[in-house]
Design a protein around this ligand. Structure first.
Ligand SMILES: [Zn+2]
Length: 164
């Protein structure tokens, strides 16, 4: 990791967030948005490890027994997209840009790369050509959908690639 990122960002508790992203009002709620041009591969958020045993709408699944808690930090405000702007590596607790991101764009990741099942399934309206539609968790994806996600899956879900 490039440690130069650590010093010029904003510390929120034990987590870290790049000054290039900000939680802003969006669609009757709040969402994490780019506020500066971001290059592919840039580190944007580092999550403070706060694990809980049960899932809710703000948790991110780490493995069979641990979920990263909703802590009020940036990751709680990352919307889902089927064609996301970032990759959330839950094993490293890091969010990095998957591509270049323009100011004003949402910081998104694919919930299906971490969640076996969602506490609150929803109908996705991300607009991606390959939008999965109903997002209820990795459990409910077909074989081909799972294969496409394989390179971005958490270690836990990679181990469940063929599970039902
Ligand atoms: Zn979608």
């Amino acid at each position: 990791m490039d440690s130069s990122h650590v010093d010029d960002g904003v510390n929120h508790g034990r987590g870290w967030q790049s000054p290039k992203v900000s939680v802003q009002a969006y669609d009757n709620g709040r969402a994490l948005v780019a506020v500066a041009a971001i290059d592919a591969g840039e580190l944007l958020v580092r999550l403070a490890p706060v694990f809980v045993p049960t899932r809710d709408r703000y948790t991110i699944q780490v493995d069979a027994t641990r979920h990263q808690a909703g802590t009020g930090e940036a990751d709680d405000f990352m919307n889902h997209s089927c064609d996301p702007s970032t990759h959330l590596d839950i094993d490293r607790l890091e969010v990095t840009a998957s591509r270049s991101i323009n100011p004003g764009e949402l910081i998104t990741f694919s919930y299906t790369t971490t969640e076996w099942e969602l506490a609150e399934p929803f109908d996705c309206r991300c607009g991606a050509a390959a939008c999965l539609g109903r997002i209820s968790g990795f459990r409910d994806l077909g074989r081909e959908q799972r294969r496409l996600l394989a390179p971005r899956l958490s270690t836990y879900l990679r181990g469940r690639l063929d599970d039902r």
